[in-house]
Design a protein around this ligand. Structure first.
Ligand SMILES: Cc1cc2nc3c(=O)[nH]c(=O)nc-3n(C[C@H](O)[C@H](O)[C@H](O)COP(=O)(O)OP(=O)(O)OC[C@H]3O[C@@H](n4cnc5c(N)ncnc54)[C@H](O)[C@@H]3O)c2cc1C
Ligand code: FES
Length: 350
């Protein structure tokens, strides 16, 4: 396989990249961090200018990389592969206190696979080597048939050998319905790579934290909560977890226990389609009730693109600046086909 050289500007660093490898993958494996979120050509976060050389633009969504942008030499580097030596210009600045962990391949075994809520499974994998990551990041699971799917890590970096994932069943989904919810069993071997993503806990930001998740969007937020707990609870944290009905709620005992014994943590589960002893309503509406003014907080949102978008709007209406909001959209193949919710504003962070 032919290998080309990727020069990353403004760093002036050279990285080897095979023709069957993406520019982003080559950089991340060499410890050169460039902005990215979905890693499947859908969100547009990894858009970069190709200053010199040729790339195959790969499976870039036409909604995330417009024809005019292609003509001007832009590429989505999470799907673009080199066809010559290439010079790429990326936004290489990292926030203070956020570690760079080179992407590596891992082999693991299924330790636990359990149904924790309706159509939600907790998958615990024991890896052959510890995975270093920032709380909030994700792995790419290799799925039978040559597919890869991103899943956020719900455990913390202190236990890098043993990672916890939360998977929601997708109708006819290749990773979920046809694999994790059908043939995968305890003891099976699984391969993956990681860590990926810019959605990670910013330890240097000392403001009170709002963690806002829907469904399995709880996973990276759980990693952040556990990480903060392991480090002595030095941040004030309020976690909202929105689901449809009580049957969709999970890990309540864990969060209730943590809230009962720690002043720094508040847990607010909510059901959008059922009345119960707790709060009912969607997370954006509850936020608007609880925080008519949210300025002075830092927020992390994770879940379906629609929920993330609505929550983002609610926070901005409550006067929280985009620079204080981090988001992870769980884009899937259907979102990709529809070109949904591609974020174009440079002010909005992923
Ligand atoms: C950064 C990131 C992190 C994520 N983390 C998590 C997580 O922690 N937990 C979690 O549960 N999910 C997470 N997701 C979503 C996850 O990666 C998968 O997209 C999801 O599990 C579905 O995968 P699948 O292979 O089962 O379904 P897919 O086969 O990808 O299909 C998904 C849905 O789209 C439909 N579909 C497929 N192709 C098309 C098409 N061409 N047109 C229209 N519809 C189509 C399918 O029928 C199905 O209903 C994350 C996504 C991202 C981007
Ligand atoms: S990270 Fe490349 S398009 Fe989303």
């Amino acid at each position: 396989m032919t290998t080309h050289t990727i020069r990353v500007e403004p760093l002036g660093v050279d990285v080897p990249c095979r023709e069957d490898q993406t520019v982003l993958d080559a950089c991340l494996r060499e410890g050169i961090w460039l902005p990215h979120a979905c890693t499947h050509g859908t969100c547009g976060t990894c858009k970069a200018q190709i200053l010199d050389g040729e790339v195959d633009l790969g499976d870039a969504s036409p909604y995330a990389l417009l024809e005019s942008e292609r003509d001007e030499g832009a590429a989505l580097i999470c799907v673009a592969q080199p066809r010559s030596d290439v010079v790429v210009e990326g936004e290489v600045d990292m926030d203070e206190g956020v570690g760079v962990h080179p992407v590596r391949d891992f082999r693991g075994r299924v330790d636990t696979l359990e149904e924790v809520a309706r159509d939600v499974r907790r998958l615990v994998l024991v890896l052959d080597e510890p995975l270093s990551f920032n709380p909030g990041q994700y792995v790419l699971l290799n799925v039978p048939g040559g597919h890869q799917r991103p899943y956020s890590i719900a455990s913390t970096p202190t236990d890098g050998n043993r990672i916890e994932l939360h998977l929601k069943r997708s109708e006819n989904g290749v990773a979920t319905e046809r694999w994790v919810f059908s043939t995968l069993s305890a003891g099976d071997e699984v391969t993956l790579s990681g860590p990926y993503g810019r959605f990670s806990f910013r330890p240097m930001r000392t403001q009170p934290i709002l963690l806002l998740g829907s469904g399995t969007g709880l996973a990276p937020l759980k990693s952040m909560v556990k990480h903060i707990a392991e480090n002595g609870g030095e941040h004030q944290v309020t976690l909202y977890h929105g689901v449809s009905t009580k049957a969709d709620l999970y890990d309540c005992e864990f969060f209730e226990g943590l809230a009962a014994s720690n002043d720094w943590f508040t847990y607010r589960p909510a059901l959008s389609q059922e009345e119960w002893e707790g709060r009912s309503g969607r997370v954006p509406a509850l936020l608007a009730e609880d925080y008519p003014r949210a300025g002075g907080h830092v927020a992390y949102i994770c879940g379906s693109p629609a929920m993330v978008q609505d929550t983002m709007k609610a926070l901005m209406k409550a006067r929280l600046f985009p620079r204080d909001i981090y988001r992870e959209d769980f884009f899937d193949s259907a979102d990709r086909a529809a070109g949904a919710n591609v974020v174009r504003s440079p002010l909005i962070r992923r």
